[in-house]
Write a protein that binds this ligand. Structure first.
Ligand SMILES: [Mg+2]
Length: 173
């Protein structure tokens, strides 16, 4: 596979939004989505932030109301992830090592929804989107909430920006 094909097949999200609030839940419902695998850092909350703002709770409520079950899938450590999952009353998997398939499959089992009815949402191409695409799940990319993040993530962002530029230039996103 050529590099361009790899980018198009594995790193290109199906949908792209500025943030979670812009996701059209009615549309997801209309195409049969019943489960959502949701990234934590810089998707739901700013990286290393513990404050769960009311709009996040409201959004989760709306997602559930649309008949979509949610499971948090995060590469972060358990103490951080479980705090958020307890607050939002959602199942969660920490230390997921995304884009590895194992944790995605675990989340799919927790959701008890068939793969064709599952969407993945996250802010990173190389973990959330690549992980979801390799399992043929619907993938939704959002822009990161904050600029602050792990140094290793910052380094990956340099390559990510190049891929995003390519995807935008070719009108894939
Ligand atoms: Mg993230």
């Amino acid at each position: 596979m050529g590099l361009e094909k790899i980018i198009r097949n594995l790193l290109c999200p199906d949908l792209h939004h500025n943030n979670i609030y812009e996701v059209d839940l009615e549309y997801l419902k209309s195409i049969g989505i019943e489960g959502l695998i949701c990234d934590l850092d810089n998707t739901l909350l700013a990286w290393n932030n513990k404050i769960i703002r009311p709009e996040i709770e409201e959004w989760i409520f709306k997602v559930k109301e649309a008949g979509i079950s949610v499971c948090i899938l995060s590469n972060s450590l358990q103490y951080r992830v479980s705090k958020v999952s307890n607050c939002l009353d959602l199942p969660a998997i920490s230390k997921a090592f995304k884009p590895r398939k194992r944790a995605f499959k675990l989340a799919m089992n927790i959701l008890e929804v068939n793969p064709e009815k599952i969407a993945v949402i996250g802010d990173q191409l190389f973990t959330d989107i690549y992980g979801g695409n390799r399992l043929d799940l619907l993938t939704i990319l959002v822009e990161p909430i904050a600029k602050k993040e792990l140094i290793s993530t910052k380094l990956i962002r340099i390559i990510e920006r190049k891929v995003k530029k390519y995807l935008k230039e070719n009108q894939f996103i």
